[in-house]
Design a protein around this ligand. Structure first.
Ligand SMILES: CC(C)(COP(=O)(O)OP(=O)(O)OC[C@H]1O[C@@H](n2cnc3c(N)ncnc32)[C@H](O)[C@@H]1OP(=O)(O)O)[C@@H](O)C(=O)NCCC(=O)NCCS
Length: 168
């Protein structure tokens, strides 16, 4: 399995919109209480801003050349609003490629491209994602990260933080 993560063109927006249906399908199972519309599709937010707002960064993941997932990153803390902090807004690997190290490889590639303070968040119920991120960030940072579990209006669930800034 050859996994490649690359910044996505605006022309690839429809690919993200389609993959987002599978992403929401997974979250419907994790969170409960989410249903498809009468047309059988989940209502998903517009992803267009990832190509119109400079602080948003879309990356498409391909495995053996096929669309296989994505990483959507924002340069704005979801917790504090800090415009210097990188935030992993959405991250997804399709089921048939999971548990082969693809997600870890994609995460390392994103972190290596964007340097500085990072925040990675999981909703409380997404325990698999928390295991994944603890493992990946632990490896990436050699254990030099912090974790805080929030339970208020800012966020409900674990938040890992680290800094991969390389000094000049
Ligand atoms: C979470 C997710 C991205 C992991 O992708 P992946 O390609 O399967 O991850 P990797 O194969 O690189 O896993 C690396 C390590 O993370 C941990 N891990 C990954 N998935 C896990 C799971 N479901 N349960 C427990 N630990 C897990 C394991 O330690 C794994 O190493 P191992 O397979 O040798 O045990 C994928 O399951 C996914 O897209 N889930 C649905 C969407 C989601 O939850 N996104 C994250 C939002 S914060």
């Amino acid at each position: 399995m050859v996994a490649v993560l690359a910044p996505a063109d605006r022309a690839e927006l429809p690919v993200f919109e389609n993959l987002f249906q599978y992403y929401h399908y997974d979250f419907a199972e994790i969170l409960g209480g989410h249903h498809v519309r009468e047309d059988g599709r989940f209502s998903v937010p517009s992803l267009e801003p990832y190509w119109t707002e400079p602080w948003r960064h879309p990356f498409l993941l391909r495995v053996d050349g096929h669309p296989a997932g994505f990483a959507l990153v924002q340069r704005r803390s979801r917790i504090t609003g800090d415009p210097e902090t990188w935030d992993v807004a959405e991250f997804f690997v399709m089921r048939q490629y999971r548990r082969h190290g693809v997600g870890a490889q994609a995460a390392f590639e994103v972190f290596d491209r964007l340097r500085g303070r990072w925040e990675v968040r999981q909703v409380q119920a997404n325990v698999a994602a928390t295991s994944f991120w603890r493992r990946v960030i632990g490896q990436y940072t050699g254990g030099r990260y912090t974790e805080e579990v929030l339970d208020d209006d800012r966020w409900r669930g674990p938040v890992q933080r680290f800094d991969n800034y390389i000094g000049a």
